[in-house]
Ligand binder design. Structure first.
Ligand SMILES: Cc1cc2nc3c(=O)[nH]c(=O)nc-3n(C[C@H](O)[C@H](O)[C@H](O)COP(=O)(O)O)c2cc1C
Length: 179
């Protein structure tokens, strides 16, 4: 059994993230020997980064129990799927903060992205690729960028469910085939 950690990217109560996370979960549930676990960024309740050293430092010690739990979740995962909104042409601050807390946990981790927004989350997804050059994620070629008013509505209801599920399937196929 392989474990895929699905990392949410919004703490808004009416977040579109919830719909997209459900699509990712649905897809993973159809696969053999794959378990999808959700790491809800709201429930993780991570503080803003306040450690005295960077996480890449040899003497880095995680200073909070909430972050230790986050570290354990990432360490235990065989792969990670970030569900990615776009705020001001960037990934959300809560998602970036969660990434910043860890370093060695990320190294060589298989990571995939499922984004959504007015521009198919293309700005956020480009930044994730840049971040991956530092965190040393193992990235595939395939990403999903769902577009508002085409694939999904801004209220989170689905417009083209077949296209949305198909794109997510292709992204997760590449991730799962790399396990
Ligand atoms: C502060 C802010 C900035 C935003 N900037 C963008 C943007 O640059 N690109 C975009 O496609 N959508 C942008 N949006 C719209 C979000 O894509 C939309 O609100 C989406 O539902 C956010 O994801 P969430 O519902 O999971 O929180 C922005 C929304 C907010 C609140």
């Amino acid at each position: 059994m392989s474990t895929i950690l699905i990392v949410t990217g919004s703490v808004r109560p009416n977040s579109v993230n919830k719909t997209v996370v459900r699509l990712v979960q649905d897809d993973l549930e159809t696969r053999n020997a794959i378990e999808g676990n959700v790491a809800d960024i709201a429930e993780l309740n991570l503080p803003f980064y306040d450690a005295p050293t960077p996480p890449s430092a040899d003497d880095y010690v995680i200073p909070h129990d909430t972050v230790k739990r986050w570290s354990e979740l990432v360490t235990a995962a065989d792969g990670v799927v970030f569900v990615v909104p776009e705020y001001n042409h960037s990934l959300s601050a809560v998602q970036k903060n969660a990434i910043d807390w860890l370093y060695k946990e990320w190294n060589d981790k298989l990571v995939a992205f499922v984004g959504y927004g007015w521009y198919e989350a293309k700005h956020s997804l480009a930044q994730f690729k840049e971040i991956g050059t530092v965190t040393k994620w193992k990235l595939g070629e395939t990403t999903t960028g769902l577009q508002f008013m085409k694939d999904i509505n801004p209220d989170g209801s689905l417009l083209d469910e077949t296209a949305a599920r198909g794109s997510i399937r292709a992204t997760l196929d590449e991730l799962v085939n790399s396990l």
